[in-house]
Design a protein around this ligand. Structure first.
Ligand code: CTP
Length: 406
């Protein structure tokens, strides 16, 4: 199994209330266990009308509990035992009725009873609503959601889209992979709480004519991992992305751009409002001096066309040169002499920190080996000089940035 074990050792109670989205919860159990969590499933009687306990028992490898009168526990108190065991209770799907019960502090079946009895300071309650759009937008549901938030519950979603009833709108349960990411994020240390991070990612594309351009092999994976790690660490994140096919990490504000100039134009006005600027983008250093309005044709040409290139603005140097710059972190993509080149860029761009990596060896890959360089010192990440997946590296870099911010 190649997944990171981000939930290793975590105890998760997954609560199902009645809703067609119960079928997605089977997949959620699989994802949670594959990422290392121990999962105990609790079902309301309504949930049992949508999916059987047998399925969830098989997937979680643990007996499913459906009643507060379940006598298998020695003290006959599953509502106490499960709440003391759990690091988090995730209710997915959470029906309108279950949320109403939770908002009122009712406890007439096991799942709501368990939520009421849980030790709130150490066991988070995460609620993934799933219902018809009219039910979701009803003032009664809005009141209940507001009450649950005020009581400390985390509301995950809902998403928007086609509903089982044939209507379209808000109220779909988030996809299992999104719920997994939210849970993983919940357990990450909030070392950047209250901080605002601006991050560039991906390549830029410099058009030659309407169908061709200059670009590079950057996949954006490292920058998107940085954005996710920053959001997981509690920061407000703005991600300015070149043309890449990467999903936007949860909670991240994304601005899509194409060219280096557009990236510069998007970043500069934002920079002042951020505490940290991380430039992971592989910005094209040059662009064609003129843009051909129409496709350059081969026909009738005796030799290949010649292009004049003009230099793009250096986004990182411009931000680092602002009167009160954010804490600026550069990335140096090199093909050799990593330390020397990284240090030279640190000095030239006046940065407190730069992260070196061997570009050709990392572009498009899921893992990377980094060299973190500042004016006095440098160290490899991972510490043993091997490679690690980009999200693991990004989390370590965020912890380092947080330490430097003090
Ligand atoms: N960078 C930038 N704007 C540019 C060029 C680079 O913001 N026009 C940033 C990159 O995002 C990276 C750092 O500067 O954080 C170093 O980029 P790199 O391409 O390695 O270095 P260059 O300054 O372009 O130097 P060279 O290409 O000569 O190695």
């Amino acid at each position: 199994m190649s997944e990171r074990q981000d939930l290793q050792g975590r105890h998760i109670v997954l609560g199902l209330s009645g809703g067609i989205a119960c079928y997605k919860s089977a997949e959620l159990v699989r994802l949670l266990t594959r990422h290392g969590a121990d999962v105990r499933v609790v079902m309301t009687p309504a949930a049992e009308s949508f999916i059987t306990a047998v399925t969830l028992q098989a997937l979680s490898g643990q007996p499913v509990v459906t009643s507060q009168w379940d006598s298998r526990d020695h003290n006959n108190m599953p509502h106490i035992n499960l709440g003391r065991w759990a690091d988090a209770i995730v209710i997915a799907p959470a029906s309108a009725d279950l949320m109403a019960q939770l908002a009122q502090g009712r406890a007439d079946e096991l799942l709501s009873l368990l939520c009421l009895a849980r030790p709130r300071e150490r066991c988070a309650l995460m609620v993934a609503p799933a219902m018809n759009r009219e039910m979701w937008s009803h003032p009664a549901t809005e009141r209940n959601v507001a009450q649950l938030r005020a009581d400390g519950a985390l509301i995950l979603g809902p998403g928007c889209g086609d509903q089982a009833c044939g209507e379209t709108g808000d109220g779909r349960m988030l996809e299992p992979a999104d719920l997994l990411d939210a849970l993983i994020a919940h357990f990450q240390p909030k070392v950047l709480a209250g901080k605002r991070l601006l991050i560039t990612a991906g390549p830029t594309f410099e058009p030659i004519d309407p169908v061709r351009g200059i670009t590079n092999h950057s996949s954006g994976k490292m920058g998107f991992a940085m954005a996710r790690a920053a959001a997981e660490a509690g920061a407000q994140v703005t991600l300015v992305a070149g043309p890449v096919h990467q999903p936007t990490p949860q909670g991240v504000r994304r601005i899509d751009v194409m060219t280096a100039q557009q990236m510069y134009d998007a970043v500069l006005p934002e920079a002042k409002a951020h505490d940290v600027f991380v430039a992971t983008a592989a910005v094209a250093d040059w662009r064609p001096a003129t843009l051909n309005e129409h496709k350059i044709k081969k026909e009738g040409k005796k030799s290949a066309p010649l292009f004049e290139l003009t230099e793009n603005p250096d986004i990182l140097a411009a931000v680092a040169g602002l009167p009160q710059p954010p804490f600026c972190v550069g990335f140096a993509a090199e093909s050799q002499d990593l330390l020397d080149h990284a240090r030279a860029k640190l000095l030239r761009k006046k940065l407190p920190m730069i992260v070196g990596n061997l570009g050709p060896a990392t572009f498009g890959r899921d893992d990377n080996a980094l060299l973190v360089v500042d004016a006095q010192s440098h160290y490899p990440l991972p510490a043993d000089g091997s490679a690690a997946d980009k999200l693991t590296l990004a989390r370590a870099l965020m912890a380092d940035i947080a330490r430097r911010l003090g």
